[in-house]
Write a protein that binds this ligand. Structure first.
Ligand code: F6P
Length: 230
């Protein structure tokens, strides 16, 4: 696409108490972000600004768009208002003297490859609890965050492999895409598209409540960040 958009889910119950992984739902603040994201989806992702050749005036036109979430509760809840409220709207072609009315939608899809890096035996713990229960694991992860694999879980490198298909799909999709996923996932996608070295990926800042717009060009991407809730 000409541009695509990365968003983490809104604040989850686990975010609030500092637990990693799991499959918790959203907090009140998370739901507020979900509502704002729905407006953003409608006004920015599924809209394009066209300049009228004759008058030079700008007008906004609806464009079809894609919505991908992970299969986890928190991303689906974050996208819920997009499906229910902003998704379907009228596109009136009266400009060309054509009275036909089209209905355009976000095409939504939940994809397992977008699920958060799985922390195996550490899933559902806080970092403090991991440090106490599995001190050696905690230390090893600090040594090499990119290749460290949680016992019975995944490493960032593992996740890179399952994101290959996602990257291919992003590259060949023509419509703008809004991807609602997770911190670890977006770190890798961001690093890939920005051309950052792999080693830096696990440390990229992907804050909550923020949409990152990426516009691919010949070498890397142009980036714009929208803070929807502070
Ligand atoms: O804390 C939110 C979260 O998405 C966790 O679910 C996940 O394990 C973690 O971030 C990934 O961040 P890091 O790799 O820095 O631990």
């Amino acid at each position: 696409p000409r541009e695509f958009y990365l968003s983490r889910h809104g604040q989850s119950e686990y975010n609030l108490v500092g637990k990693i992984g799991g499959d918790s739902g959203l907090t009140e603040a998370g739901l507020e972000y979900a509502r704002r994201l729905a407006d953003f989806a409608k006004d920015v992702v599924a809209t394009k600004v066209v300049v009228d050749e004759k008058t030079g005036e700008e007008r906004r036109e609806v464009r079809p768009a894609r919505l991908w979430t992970s299969t986890l509760r928190r991303t689906k809840e974050t996208a819920q208002f997009i499906k229910q409220e902003s998704v379907t709207f009228k596109w009136d072609n009266n400009d060309e003297g054509n009275p036909s009315v089209k209905w355009i939608q976000f095409k939504g899809r939940a994809r397992r490859n977008l699920d958060e890096l799985y922390a195996g035996v550490c899933d559902g713990l806080t970092y403090q609890e991991i440090k106490e229960k599995f001190p050696e694991e905690f230390a090893r992860r600090q040594e090499n965050k990119l290749t460290y694999r949680y016992p019975r879980g995944e490493s960032y490198m593992d996740v890179t492999l399952r994101l290959e298909q996602i990257v291919l799909d992003i590259e060949r999709t023509r419509e703008p895409i809004l991807i609602v996923a997770h911190q670890g996932i977006h770190r890798l996608l961001y690093a890939y598209f920005m051309g950052l070295p792999r080693e830096e990926a696990p440390f990229v800042s992907i804050p909550l409540n923020t949409v990152i717009e990426l516009r691919p060009h010949a070498y890397g991407c142009e980036e714009k960040r929208y803070v929807l809730l502070s």
